[in-house]
Write a protein that binds this ligand. Structure first.
Ligand code: SF4
Length: 250
């Protein structure tokens, strides 16, 4: 979550990557577990189909992204997403919100820190001729009065990097990012090796999420024990997860 915030410069109250903490079982067999929740980059994303401004897009390579030039903050994507992945940017973005980007020490080896916002960067929508060329999409940065969410660090991918910031920072190497269509990719091999011990979230919603979890799914009676919304400044706008009462595994 911290790596994501430093990479994307998200407002204090919002998280592209949110790690749910939950407890399950009963004493003496109770345990605490964690469930990271990025955007699922769904194959059948309701956030795309409900947007009246066509600002939420299924883009090339399976990414679901926001065209910030089209987004007018209608916010129906927030309600449509069953995972609580969206949030509304109520504040102006701040440059260097979490890091002093001019300090050479902040440019860690292997990291690709970028200015926040990097909204001046333009992308050619070659995958969609209906779109004008050179639209801007949200990635490492945000704009006031638009809806944001995890982009799978599209700005890093476009720059030639092959990892997301959360993957790179995770000390447990719990996150693998890659090409699901390539059977030889690390992510495909990890899923194959896990056999039947894999699950996706809320498959019954028909969203066809592309995020695959390895291991045991949360038990039906798992109880959320949230980590974050404790301080007033964080509570200011609420977190999408709790505001909508969204428990992504239920
Ligand atoms: Fe859209 Fe939510 Fe699916 Fe992400 S997880 S693609 S925001 S419906």
């Amino acid at each position: 979550m911290v790596a994501c915030k430093t990479e994307n410069g998200t407002p204090a109250s919002h998280f592209h990557m949110y790690t749910h903490r939950f407890s399950e079982g009963t004493y003496p067999d109770a345990k605490t577990r964690y469930l990271p929740r990025p955007c699922m980059h769904c194959e059948n994303p309701p956030c795309v189909s409900v947007c009246p401004k066509k600002a939420r897009i299924s883009w090339k390579d399976g990414l679901v992204l926001t065209d910030v030039d089209l987004c007018e903050g209608v916010r129906v994507c927030e309600s449509a997403c069953p995972y609580g992945a969206n949030y509304f940017n109520v504040d102006e973005p701040k440059d260097a919100q979490y890091l002093d980007w001019d300090n050479a020490d902040s440019k860690l080896e292997g990291m690709w820190p970028t200015w926040s916002p990097e909204l001046s960067k333009e992308y050619n929508w070659d995958a969609d001729p209906e779109k004008k060329a050179n639209r801007r999409i949200a990635g490492s940065g945000y704009r006031k009065n638009t809806v944001g969410k995890c982009t799978f660090c599209v700005h890093r991918l476009e720059a030639g990097n092959t990892t997301t910031a959360c993957q790179q920072a995770c000390p447990a190497h719990a996150i693998t990012f890659g090409d699901l269509d390539d059977a030889t990719s690390e992510v495909s091999k990890a899923i194959t090796a896990a056999g039947s011990k894999v699950f996706k979230l809320k498959e019954s919603a028909g969203t066809k999420p592309k995020v695959v979890y390895l291991g045991e799914a949360p038990a039906a009676n798992a109880v959320p024990v949230e980590l974050v919304p404790l301080k007033k400044d964080v509570q200011k706008n609420g977190t999408p997860e709790l505001k909508n009462g969204t428990i992504p595994w239920k």
